[in-house]
Design a protein around this ligand. Sequence first.
Ligand code: FES
Length: 325
Amino acid sequence: MAKKPLVISTTRGVTFSQQAGQTLLDASIASQFPVPHSCHSAKCRQCIVTVAEGTTHKFRDENLTPGELASGCILACARTATSDLLIEAGELVHKNIPPVVNIPAMVSAIKRLSSELILVTLQLPMSARFHHLAGQHVAVTNSDGIRRNYSMCDASPQDGHIRILIRKHETGLMSRYWFEYAAQGDLLTLEGPSGRFGENIARYNRPLFIAEKEGIAPLLALKASVNTTGLPLFWLGAGKGEVYNAGSEFDGLAESHIQCFADFSETSMQAMQNTLIKETDCSSVDAVYVCGSAAFLKQIKALLKREPFRGLPVHTEVFIPSGPR
Ligand code: FES
């Protein structure tokens, strides 16, 4: 029978598995979260990590001092785990985090999903090397010099286009631009992508997504990047018409796949919890992704401390509503 992979967790929350025959370093590289490294032969010391819990086997000499060895330091390229491990390895960065670029973009479509919500499609230059991970955002600057961050709604650029969702804010300068005088053909500047909200999404099989208002955008991208058939996307603070119109814009997101609640009052939260328990196979949910205002996140976190979601990894992204900055 094939040996079960060992689970390697880091004190900063990254988890990966070590297959039979892999070094610790190889396992981290295969997981997309590489421990810093160079020589692969226990010389450069770049792959030094500290074992907090668990056991390892050393298969080559390590360039470490007696003091380092005594405090639990090892070289990941010289060891293989012999049990599940907890290691201190600093901040491990996903190796696919795309580079930040500064490029022009043109407004190619503005579609009203409601009087309060628009979907904007931006065309990128043919030569642009713009890639993003699902859940990342981009800074948009218009010709008046007003700059705002927007999450992209798709898992990756579609035919050289990205899409962003914009909600109307009465006092927002950029909101005024989008809702009053933005037009097809307008030239903007993009800087990005940024953000690490979704970098761990591949670790999960059945994440649950909960959004408030325009917090839906990164979650649409994350939902599109994983197979979560049957799990609804919970959207609080959206209008009924917005749910219908957004559903028609995003592949595989029929109206029935979005559960909408008017706000995030205690009554709505209770209704959402009941729906979660009644209509979701909670036992197989393995993580929760939430995007919304700070107040919303606080309330959701309190809700997720209750059964049956207590103990699940919760990934959050806070958005700051556009204002007259
Ligand atoms: S990669 Fe150089 S010591 Fe491990």
